[in-house]
Design a protein around this ligand. Sequence first.
Ligand SMILES: Cc1cc2nc3c(=O)[nH]c(=O)nc-3n(C[C@H](O)[C@H](O)[C@H](O)COP(=O)(O)OP(=O)(O)OC[C@H]3O[C@@H](n4cnc5c(N)ncnc54)[C@H](O)[C@@H]3O)c2cc1C
Length: 390
Amino acid sequence: MDFLLNDEQRQIVEMVRELAKEKVAPYAAQWDAEERFPHELVEVFAEAGLLGLAVPEEYGGLGAHPLTRVAVIEELAKVDASAALLVAVQDLGMTPILVGASEEQKARWLPKFASGEWLSAFGLTEPGAGSDPGGMVMRARREGDEYVLNGTKIFISNGSVAHGVTVFARTDPDSRGPKGITAFFVEKGTPGFTAVPMKGKLGLRASDTAELVFENCRIPAANRLGEEGEGFSIAMKTLDRSRPNIAAQALGVAQGAFDYALGYIQERQQFGRPVASFQGLQFMLAEMATEIEAARGLTYQAAIRVHEEGKDGARLVTANRYSAMAKMYATDVAMRVTTDAVQLLGGYGIMRDYPVERMMRDAKIFQIYEGTNQIQKIVIARSFLGGAKG
Ligand SMILES: Cc1cc2nc3c(=O)[nH]c(=O)nc-3n(C[C@H](O)[C@H](O)[C@H](O)COP(=O)(O)OP(=O)(O)OC[C@H]3O[C@@H](n4cnc5c(N)ncnc54)[C@H](O)[C@@H]3O)c2cc1C
């Protein structure tokens, strides 16, 4: 599918491939084992412009096409899904600003994200509201020219390392479901806001995941994105734009696992010949390769549709369907392909010395976050039956 990329996009992918080879691949296993967020990568990615990919040029970013973004994330994920998530979450956390903020707010915050001086995060999920974000209970009470935030967000990627977090809270205490929810931008260090890292994850262990606690946290009313009650729509617009990035992350991991297993089975000898010579494994290989390519087709298509339909913060009409399809399909492919890659390596496949073990653990989360794959099915079906919601 790289025929869809233009020369400039190919050059960027090539640059990212070199960077990943030198600065990410040699350390990925160690970061995973230590369950450590690689702070050193932030500067590397910032210098390469990867943290400002989504920011329009007028605010200091690269203003990259969504297809460029998925190609970059895919390339990083081939060697380390956590490193790829750093770029994907920077995009995710900034998107509410891109789709919901005023010009003045964009000028205030986006240049810091574009340069990589600031990391972003997206705080939607609560302990009691995951698949159903309309069930959130976090409150934002207006007091003069401030809002007072109270509540907890959970599982927030980059939560404890981000300098600015978009959070969603209920401004209308009598509202239920998607109504009465408003988006806010909260800067790190604001009194009453604490972020507590969550340790012990199965995969993506080098990514930061945190619980965000707001206790009488006062923020200026000027940090509200959009109008009161527009928060749910801003969150859904954000996820529609971000899901191709998660599909790309899954795609990269699947490709990385496939490439590794392909090399291995040509070297490994049993019964006096390479195990790649057995038709049983060749059939597995053929299925894995075909599924990866199908996932790539859907992911690239979703990114292109997001670009075509998503200008000026518009609600996506059909691109939300393709984003959900790509996210669901590519993440299921990643789970199957990484599991098969482990199988192709036999007993060695489950050992930490071999990267497919980490890739299989990383793949599981893709089927869960940014909406579980059951929720993606609801989004896809609704796009046919009930129109795009939000
Ligand atoms: C590593 C990690 C990073 C994350 N990063 C972020 C982040 O940056 N920002 C953020 O806001 N959130 C983040 N999340 C949260 C993530 O999006 C949620 O975990 C996810 O949406 C599922 O919510 P839940 O865990 O509460 O599961 P639940 O909603 O409790 O789901 C439990 C099960 O029920 C199923 N289910 C629920 N409703 C339905 C339905 N209507 N039909 C069929 N099945 C259904 C689900 O598919 C699932 O299998 C992250 C999660 C993880 C693990």
